[in-house]
Design a protein around this ligand. Sequence first.
Ligand code: RTP
Ligand code: MG
Length: 138
Amino acid sequence: MSNRTFTMIKPDAFKNGHSGAIIDRFIKEGYRIVALKLTKLSAEKAGEFYAVHKERPFYGELVEFMSSGPIYAAILEKDNAVASFRELIGATNPAQAAEGTIRKLYATSLGENAVHGSDSDENAKIEGSFFFSGLEQF
Ligand code: RTP
Ligand code: MG
């Protein structure tokens, strides 16, 4: 089990002014910030990041949304990071997310759901390296 996960604060949460509260929550929940950057995905890069969803009906909408404005990308470290972080962010659909979870508090809708969290240790590594060089992942 790896102790790192990858996250993005998505364009809706950034635009709505929730980035500070969300990063503060990561820290309060005991995650160490390994790497952090403010950036903006092109449609091409967003499409590449979410290539696993290429055949899904929401792919076009997802790519458009994820390239619509600034995001924060981050690598976080804590024991059992991937699973514990998925619990902290809550269900994909904020309407189904548990009370107190980040998506329950800050997400806009199923498509615009405030944060991303890697779904496996393998994907956490791939996704972290999509945004950060080896030297930035100290
Ligand atoms: P994420 O990858 O962003 O952490 O979210 P997740 O694992 O909870 O959900 P996933 O199934 O991987 O879907 C990726 C993102 O696609 C958008 N989505 N839209 N309109 C829809 O039906 C729909 N379904 C998913 C969401 O932004 C979701 O987080
Ligand atoms: Mg996912």
